[in-house]
Design a protein around this ligand. Structure first.
Ligand code: NAP
Length: 251
């Protein structure tokens, strides 16, 4: 359905879950795709092996997205490999339980650094690169329903995901004149390693609150992301696309 031949696309946290589904779909559509992992080399290399069957190139490396120096180094390697980057998907993230009155400063900061600081690190560097090279690029940030309605016991997570929504809207108006599209996808429950334990424990309760009656899988998120970076979405920027089976309806 999509043709991304001649596109150079970077996905953060591409080794597993939603990121891996995006990497695979971009690869299948013919793009050169780069992604990072944090700890899970095996998952990353298995995915790269799978994607090497497609026509585009695949590149991956270890990079902790919460570490400024590592992100700069990783992006430099990707640009060296492909010559340029025209698409950035800020996907890497963690979701860790924490009661606000018991949350340690380190726990708060860890979530802010991985989920939010990383989005600034990648956007800042790659937008500078896009502007320098006059690339009319695309950025998609992965938020969450938690960023729209809040989430009890995950206040730090919800804070990062809400910030990503305002960040997206700010960049969309700032970068529109440069021809750079900035959008956001806000998934609800998706079956991945991140959510698996909770989904198993509370499945009936969760399903009862989902109008479409099923829980999305990573491919259900990858498709809308691909749409937003495709020519079909050339008139869309600053959009927060809800992909949550009707669980949270907000404009
Ligand atoms: P996941 O299955 O846990 O995968 C997380 C990915 O992020 C992995 O590739 C992981 O790398 C990478 N990562 C984690 N910490 C990192 C770090 N410090 N540096 C670099 N990479 C790091 O998660 P997911 O469910 O696919 O979530 C992807 C995104 O969707 C996240 O932003 C999440 O908040 C959002 N989301 C998920 C859901 C859901 O229900 N699953 C719902 C709404 C939004 P390793 O493999 O090396 O660990």
């Amino acid at each position: 359905m999509f043709n991304f031949e001649d596109r150079n696309m970077l996905v953060t946290g591409g080794s597993r879950g939603i990121g891996a589904a995006i990497v695979k779909l971009f690869s299948q559509a013919g793009a050169n795709v780069a992604f990072n992992y944090n700890k899970n080399y095996r998952a990353a290399s298995d995915l790269a092996k799978l994607c090497s069957a497609y026509s585009g190139k695949i590149f991956f490396d270890e990079c902790d997205v919460s570490d400024y120096q590592e992100t700069q180094h990783f992006i430099d390697k990707v640009i060296k490999e492909y010559g340029s980057v025209d698409t950035l998907i800020n996907n890497a993230g963690i979701w860790e339980y924490g009661k606000i009155d018991e949350m340690k400063v380190d726990e708060w900061r860890k979530t802010i650094q991985i989920n939010l600081d990383s989005v600034y690190y990648f956007s800042n560097y790659i937008i500078r690169h896009m502007k320098d090279k006059k690339i009319k690029g695309h950025i998609v940030n992965i938020s969450s329903t938690a960023g729209q309605r809040g989430e009890a016991f995950y206040s730090h997570y919800a804070a990062t995901k809400g910030a990503i929504i305002s960040f997206t809207k700010s960049l969309a108006s700032e970068l529109g004149p440069d021809g750079i599209h900035v959008n956001c996808v806000a998934p609800g429950w998706v079956i991945t390693d991140m959510s698996e334990t909770t989904l198993k424990k509370d499945q009936d309760k969760i399903l009862s609150q989902i109008p479409l009656g099923f829980i999305a899988n990573p491919k259900d998120i990858a498709g809308p992301v691909a749409f937003l970076v495709s020519d079909y979405a050339r008139a869309i920027t600053g959009e927060i696309l809800n992909v949550n089976c009707g669980n949270v309806l907000c404009g």
